[in-house]
Structures are given as structure tokens and as C-alpha cells.
Design a protein around this ligand. Structure first.
Ligand SMILES: NC(=O)c1ccc[n+]([C@@H]2O[C@H](COP(=O)([O-])OP(=O)(O)OC[C@H]3O[C@@H](n4cnc5c(N)ncnc54)[C@H](O)[C@@H]3O)[C@@H](O)[C@H]2O)c1
Length: 250
């Protein structure tokens, strides 16, 4: 139990990486606040944790709305007494041509994947400072924060910003003892990858193992980053990409 009674918020907790991470953190003893803009799935994750004997509550929040994030953080402290960690994980993305990147679409993606992470860092760190907690904030970036591929213009802009915000925030918050880290997943077998089996097997082939990464494999790394064992990691984005970023495609 490496996270006993640590109060940790997970956004995007109703599915994929967020759900797997919520379950893993709870299995390490954390009190998890499962948050998603889908209230039904956020509640389901909290119930899954409780059924397994863990501690959890849930709060509906749209990460792109400042008032929702403020409420999420205030509610967490009201119910659980403190805030030790925050996993800014909620995200949207799909594959569409540059022509289909209308201003409205671009704004939508960036408001969740970039502005949403900023809001978590901003309000989360403010509360940690108020409480005098030396907390940990972890953001979900992506391999597409580092390299470009056709069809994900807005997503890549947002994820590159997450990589940079992680560095800047670590610098801004170091004097308060708050660490800020990110993970950059490769292709993970979650509902965000909506296309059919052929596309999935194409994505799997981009990894050294030739398999899609499972959400639990990201959860293990995030859980480790929340522990004291990762105390010398700060401001970095850790690729969890099964080798995706290391080699040139032929
Ligand atoms: N799956 C991948 O291949 C992959 C790769 C790299 C990075 N990521 C990132 O991982 C994170 C989690 O994605 P996933 O693969 O688990 O996808 P997912 O679709 O399974 O989960 C995303 C969750 O975020 C929630 N969400 C979406 N918009 C929201 C909003 N405005 N406010 C609150 N919640 C919102 C959804 O309801 C959903 O539960 C995202 O940031 C995504 O960009 C995923």
C-alpha cells in the first residue's frame, strides 16, 4: 500500500486510462475522487473501487469549465479533508483532415486537452498551497506532444502544450514543494481509438511489441509517479510508448 489514505482526483475517470488508474491508485490505498463529465461512468468507477474494498467518491466535472474544476477541488477537500494528488487525464481527440479543423473544432479540442489541464494545474496547486500540502500533479500528454502525424492537428497542438506546461508548472511550483509530471502514452486500447480492427492493428504495429498498450500499463506508471519512490522526477514527461518514439518508420 504505497498511497495509503492519499486523496487523489482523477479526471476522465469514467473510461480507459482514467478508470484503470483510479482502480490502481485505490488498490495502493489511495482515496480516489473519480471525476468525469459523464456522471454515470464517474459513479461506476467509484462503485468498482468500493466493491473491491477501496475508498472512492465521484464528482461530475467538465474539465474545460473553470467553475466545474473549482467545484471538483472544493468538494474533494470538503468530503475528504485534503488534496494530495491530481491526475489531469480527461481528453478528447479523433482523426480528421486539416480542412475539417474548423475554428469550432480546434477550440473544442484545445479547451479540453490543453485549457482543461491548465485549469487543473491552476486550481489544484492553489488549493494545495492553501492547505500547505506538498502535492503531486500528473498530466496526460501523448506521443503526439512530440511528433506530428496527419489528421490530429488540434490534438497535437494541445498535447505539445501539456508537455511545456508540465515543465513551466514544475518550475513555478517547486518552491511550494509541489511536483508536476506528465506521461506520454503510445497507442492505448481504449474507446478513444474509435476506428475498426484494421486501424487498431496498424497502430499496434507502431510499437516494438506489435501490441496496443493496455490502460493498466499506463496506470502502473502513474501510480508509481504518485509515490515517494518517484521523488526525483519533476517537470518531465515520461513516454510510456513501447518504443514508439525511438525509431524511424521505413
Ligand atoms: N488511447 C490512446 O491511444 C491515448 C494515447 C495518448 C494519450 N491519450 C490520452 O489519454 C487520456 C485518456 O484517454 P483514454 O484513451 O483513456 O480515452 P477514453 O475516451 O477512454 O477516456 C476519456 C475520458 O475523458 C472524459 N472526458 C472527455 N471530455 C471531458 C471533459 N470535457 N471533461 C471531463 N471529462 C471528459 C470522457 O468522458 C472519458 O471518460 C486523454 O487525455 C487522451 O488524449 C490516449
Amino acid at each position: 500500500m504505497k498511497l495509503e489514505n492519499k486523496v487523489i482526483i482523477v479526471t476522465g475517470a469514467g473510461s480507459g486510462i482514467g478508470r484503470a488508474t483510479s482502480l490502481k491508485l485505490a488498490s495502493e490505498g489511495a482515496i480516489v475522487v473519480s471525476s468525469d463529465y459523464n456522471e454515470v461512468t464517474a459513479k461506476e468507477t467509484a462503485e468498482m473501487i468500493q466493491k473491491a474494498g477501496g475508498q472512492a467518491s465521484y464528482v461530475r466535472a467538465d474539465v474545460s469549465k473553470p467553475e466545474d474544476i473549482q467545484h471538483l477541488i472544493d468538494k474533494t477537500v470538503e468530503v475528504h479533508g485534503t488534496l494530495d494528488g491530481l491526475f489531469n487525464n480527461a481528453g478528447v481527440g479523433d482523426v480528421r483532415s486539416f480542412e475539417e479543423h474548423t475554428p469550432d473544432y480546434y477550440n473544442h479540442v484545445v479547451s479540453v486537452d490543453q485549457f482543461g489541464v491548465y485549469l487543473g494545474i491552476y486550481y489544484g496547486s492553489k488549493k494545495m498551497k492553501e492547505l500547505g500540502v506538498k502535492g503531486i500533479i500528473i498530466n496526460t500528454a501523448s506521443i503526439f506532444g512530440y511528433m506530428a502525424a496527419k489528421g490530429s492537428f488540434a490534438y497535437q497542438a494541445a498535447k505539445a502544450a501539456v508537455v511545456m506546461m508540465t515543465k513551466s508548472a514544475a518550475l513555478e511550483l517547486a518552491d511550494d514543494g509541489i511536483r508536476v509530471i506528465a506521461v506520454a502514452p503510445g497507442f492505448i486500447d481504449t474507446p478513444i481509438i474509435k476506428d475498426g480492427d484494421d486501424f487498431k492493428s496498424f497502430l499496434a504495429d507502431q510499437h516494438l511489441s506489435k501490441k496496443l498498450i493496455q490502460p493498466e500499463q499506463i496506470a502502473d506508471v502513474v501510480s508509481f509517479l504518485f509515490t515517494g519512490e518517484a521523488s526525483a522526477i519533476n517537470g518531465q514527461t515520461i513516454p510510456v510508448d513501447d518504443g514508439f518514439l525511438i525509431f524511424k518508420r521505413s
